[in-house]
Ligand binder design. Structure first.
Ligand code: GBH
Length: 467
């Protein structure tokens, strides 16, 4: 058990997202997002929970930054809310911008590197009313919004991420319907995927045009998976794994780094493939160089073929995979029911670094990793979350293993700093390393936060003491 150490330039931090923590959804000129609408639609979010208050971070930001400083975070990844900043196409809401400007100043004063994500799913409802990500214009207006943010914060923010997990926006939002806008249409999901990528490319172009250059960095965050065939000797299982890998991973990685969509994916999608929406020149826009590929990792998956079953898959995230099924492995699960198997994480980091990022001079940073568990707080609000601490320990070790195997990974950001609004699960699921009491808004670092804080300070992967 040799202690693993991390180089001085490796960044440890934590992440959140605007809609999940801010609250204040009608304050200072913010307009509704698709998630406000989704929350107000009966049956979409557990317990009828909304983002109206969330962690009240909008009003508690200075204290939250003080807490980050106490924990020793080197970087804080947050997202800005498009509907707070651009209340209508072409307009700018200064009060909304001011909030993020204060946040950035507060972080810099605390010695914490701000990491800004432009889009973590809170699309303005007015954009959805015009078709949202199924409308090509949304990609152009996303670049306009990126410009507004860069003009306001480009002098102080060095790391810019365009999109968080476009897979979720496209496939959970438009095919499974579990996320806003809650549609179930495979063709729509594929159209959204292309326009999200186009929006990313247009935003990168815009930011570069405004002066974003080294030492500043720009990139995108995806949520790749490892897709294992249930039986590697079975051809139908291997084919199922190939198809899910195309939809989960390669649909983003190939256009971003190779300037093309995977030929097997296009063939698999048949008439659903949005060929007419992919204009000449789009792939060059999408494929322009980025500095950092953000990786959000939660779990791997295993699939099997179901020969003879219908290929249509209404209500599934992945179109045309009706003749495949997910298989559970005999591994522990998180409070979300997601499999815990850290070697998958090493595998995904090594593969993405080798095949896509490194050949294009991009490095990887883990922009999210963490787990929900059924936390029990004591009378002081303290949670002795040995399960979450062990999860973080195993997964940071998996990052160390990936680096040892040659992956260029330069940072790790835990998801999440705070318990927060867990999308369709509302406040029922807790991912924070810091407990939030939603009655009092009191924040209490959990055992996992204390352990993580020691890791950051020592730069060494401390073996958790059992219990
Ligand atoms: C991230 O997405 C988000 O960026 C963040 O906002 C969110 O709070 C956090 O994760 C926690 O959910 O049922 O085994 O097939 C996570 C995306 C997509 C990860 C669906 C798990 C299903 C696993 N998730 N995926 S499984």
């Amino acid at each position: 058990m040799t202690p693993s150490t991390f180089a001085p330039h490796f960044i440890f931090g934590a992440a959140t997202a605007s809609f999940q923590i801010e609250g204040a959804t009608t304050t200072d000129g913010r307009v509704p997002s698709i998630w406000d609408t989704f929350c107000a639609t009966p049956g979409k979010v557990a317990g009828g929970d909304t983002g109206e208050v969330a962690c009240d971070h909008y009003h508690r930001m200075p204290q939250d930054v003080a807490l980050m400083k106490e924990l020793g975070l080197q970087s804080y990844r947050f997202s800005t809310a498009w509907p707070r900043v651009v209340p209508a196409p072409g307009e700018v809401n200064q009060a909304g911008l001011d909030f993020y400007s204060r946040l950035v100043d507060e972080l810099l004063a605390a010695g914490i590197t701000p990491w800004l994500t432009l889009y973590h799913w809170d699309l303005p409802q007015y954009e959805q009313d015009l078709g949202g990500w199924t409308n090509r214009d949304t990609a152009h207006r996303f670049a306009d919004y990126a410009e507004v943010m860069y003009r306001a914060l480009g002098d102080r923010v060095d790391i810019w991420t365009t999109l968080n997990e476009p897979w979720c926006s496209a496939f959970l939002g438009h095919a499974k319907g579990e996320h806003a806008p809650g549609h179930q249409d495979g063709a729509e999901a594929l159209a959204a995927a292309h326009h999200l990528l186009l929006g990313h490319g247009l935003a990168v172009q815009r930011l570069r045009g405004l002066g974003l250059a080294h030492p500043q960095q720009v990139g995108i965050t995806i949520n790749p998976g490892v897709v294992h065939p249930a039986d590697p000797d079975n051809a139908a299982d291997r084919d199922a794994a190939r198809r899910h890998d195309a939809l989960r991973n390669r649909i983003w990685l190939d256009p971003l780094f190779k300037g093309e969509y995977p030929a097997d994916l296009i063939a698999d999608m048949g008439e659903l493939w949005p060929a007419h929406l992919i204009w000449d020149g789009d792939l060059e826009v999408i494929a322009q160089p980025i500095d950092v590929l953000g990786i959000n990792f939660y779990n791997g998956e295993t699939v099997a073929g179901v020969p003879g079953a219908a290929v249509d898959s209404p209500g599934a995230p992945h179109p045309r995979t009706g003749d495949t099924r997910h298989v559970s492995r005999d591994v522990p699960l998180t409070g979300m029911g997601w499999e815990i198997h850290a070697p998958d994480f090493t595998e995904v980091l090594v593969r993405l670094s080798r095949e896509w990022a490194a050949p294009n001079s991009a490095h990887l940073v883990v922009t999210e990793n963490g787990a929900a568990f059924d936390d029990v707080a004591d009378a002081d609000g303290f949670v002795a979350d040995a399960d979450r601490r062990d999860y973080l320990h195993q997964h940071i070790r998996a990052v160390r293993d990936a680096i040892d195997a040659g992956a260029d990974v330069r940072g790790y950001l835990a998801w999440s700093l705070l318990d927060n609004f867990e999308w369709a699960w509302g406040y029922e699921k807790r991912f924070g390393i810091v407990r939030v009491d939603y009655d009092t808004q009191r924040r209490t670092p959990k055992a996992s936060a204390r352990w993580y804080s020691d890791v950051i300070r020592s730069r060494e992967l401390i073996e958790p003491t059992k219990g």
